[in-house]
Write a protein that binds this ligand. Structure first.
Ligand code: AMP
Length: 227
């Protein structure tokens, strides 16, 4: 019998517009054993539902601001508990969390008692000028599916491939808000990189397009999963 694959508890980091959403869904399609949680998607769903969390989230998101660390940490903790992923045997990927060192630190006491520490962090590194051009072309569906009019266009213009429903621009993709989000990402990047580099779990994958990045990302994750 072949040895069992390793368990991966992964964080994927990338600037807004780096292709993180697209790359993550491509990765999960090939590796369905990895469960995923996207804090941006959870917050957008809560906003759509009109819940109390959604109401709090909306004001921050529309300004391009980050939500408070403590609030986000509890949201992720509740979700990890609800999904029952904290058994030390489940592979999962966190997309969009932690975004600050404080959030990374909040995560430790949630995971450690279960022997489920983060053991793999990947930064997707895309030049900022490429990102700014790309964001102009980004259209999304309410499910979170993301299209790029240039690289990954919908089959029917401005319609979702699966449901045929209309696509729209994310409200926080307008140029002013986007610039705030990009600046915040780069301000937090170095401290969080230092934090995970010290633990020996940090990797960087570089490229200008998702087609260039994807094979590198996939190879890296496969290597990590290999027994
Ligand atoms: P995203 O889809 O990951 O770009 O997230 C969209 C927005 O949700 C961000 O610009 C923040 O306002 C908020 N958000 C998502 N994840 C976090 C987080 N870990 N910490 C704080 N705010 C977050």
């Amino acid at each position: 019998m072949s040895a069992a694959a390793k368990t991966i508890r992964m964080v994927i980091m990338g600037a807004p517009g780096s292709g993180k959403g697209t790359l993550t869904s491509r990765l999960l399609k090939k590796l369905p054993q990895i469960h995923s949680l996207s804090t941006g998607d959870i917050l957008r769903q809560e906003i759509a539902k009109g819940s109390a969390i959604g109401t709090t989230a909306k004001s921050f998101i529309s300004r391009g601001d980050l939500l408070p660390d403590e609030f986000m940490a509890r949201l992720v903790e509740n979700e990890l508990q609800a999904q029952k992923w904290l058994d030390g045997k489940t592979s999962f990927l966190l997309d969009g969390f932690p975004r600050t060192v404080a959030q990374a630190e909040e995560l430790v006491p949630v995971l450690k008692p279960h022997g489920a520490d983060i053991n793999f962090v990947v930064e997707l590194s895309v030049p900022p000028e490429v990102i700014l051009e790309r964001i102009d072309n980004r259209w999304v569906h309410s499910s979170g599916r993301v299209y790029n009019l240039q690289y990954n266009p919908p089959k029917v213009p401005f319609k979702d491939d699966l449901t045929g429903e209309p696509l729209f621009k994310r409200p926080d993709d307008n140029p002013e808000t986007f610039k705030v989000r990009l600046d915040k990402y780069f301000a937090e990047l170095k401290p969080i990189r230092d934090y995970y580099e010290k633990q020996g779990v940090y990797h960087v994958v570089r490229g200008e397009t998702s087609d260039i990045i994807f094979p590198k990302l996939y190879a890296l994750v496969e290597k990590q999963l290999a027994p």
